[in-house]
Design a protein around this ligand. Structure first.
Ligand SMILES: [Zn+2]
Length: 256
């Protein structure tokens, strides 16, 4: 791994974007190897250093130049103090840094496949890298793709979201196509999730969904409330064959 090259690229990307600020040079970077992440970065602003940059050498040497540039653009976003580490503001900054990079033609002496870098930025958000109170992985990926003009298959953005189900003692697997439910679209599901008080939570960076309360209606089943419809919609969109359900007594529940 060429440490000097990494720092030079980082500075070039920084200087292409933060044109109103003092030029960043490699001797102002506190650089080190890290092993518990692909990269780390913070603004230091001390007498000695402006920026701390940690890079995982194993990941770096295995990566294409486009992935390396993608990583540096992400880390550059962390030189600004955002309300949260991977807040919406952080991601908007990343989008702007990318735009500055492609518009400054002399940033790199070699030909960069910028479309490839953009595609990688779209894939970058994960549960651990979005502010889940304000947006889901799906929404953030979509925002980046729209902002950078990256064509995408909506289903890809959705199915990459890790979704799983709790299993409780009384839960049973039922075929999703035998459960009658209102089908909500993906955006409605995201809005429902962010409203809180839902049967969906995050556990170990996976969206976890409770067993779906259903009542039997002859040969088929039906959901008992809007939460159940939302939960079924998630599994219908992700093409699951079976889902965990719990038998519910519809007499006890008020249907919305
Ligand atoms: Zn980050």
């Amino acid at each position: 791994m060429d440490d000097e090259e990494v720092q030079r690229w980082f500075c070039e990307l920084y200087n292409a974007h933060y044109t109103d600020e003092p030029t960043l040079s490699p001797n102002r970077i506190q650089f080190e190897y890290v092993s518990d992440a692909y990269g780390k970065c913070t603004y230091v602003g001390s007498f000695e250093y402006s920026v701390y940059l940690g890079i995982n050498p194993d990941h770096w040497v295995k990566s294409t130049r486009e992935e390396q540039i993608r990583l540096l653009i992400h880390e550059l976003g962390h030189t600004r103090d955002h309300a949260g580490k991977h807040s919406p503001d952080f991601w908007e900054e990343v989008i702007d840094i990318y735009r500055s990079a492609i518009n400054s033609t002399d940033t790199f002496s070699f030909r960069v496949e910028w479309d490839d870098v953009a595609r990688r930025l779209v894939d970058n958000p994960s549960i651990g890298k979005v502010d889940n109170r304000s947006e889901t992985v799906y929404e953030r990926r979509k925002k980046i793709a729209d902002a950078l003009g990256v064509p995408y298959n909506e289903n890809d953005l959705w199915t990459d979201m890790p979704i799983s189900q709790w299993i409780t003692q009384e839960s049973r697997k039922r075929p999703i196509d035998e459960i009658e439910h209102t089908l909500y679209d993906k955006q409605a599901i995201c809005d429902w999730y962010r409203s809180g008080q839902t049967s969906m939570s995050i556990e170990n960076e996976i969206y976890m969904i409770d067993p779906i309360p259903i009542v039997e209606r002859g040969e088929s089943y039906t959901t008992i409330d809007k939460d159940g419809d939302m939960m079924c919609s998630i599994f219908t969109h992700t093409d699951r064959g079976y889902v965990q359900t719990i038998p519910a007594d519809d007499e006890d529940r008020i249907t919305i």
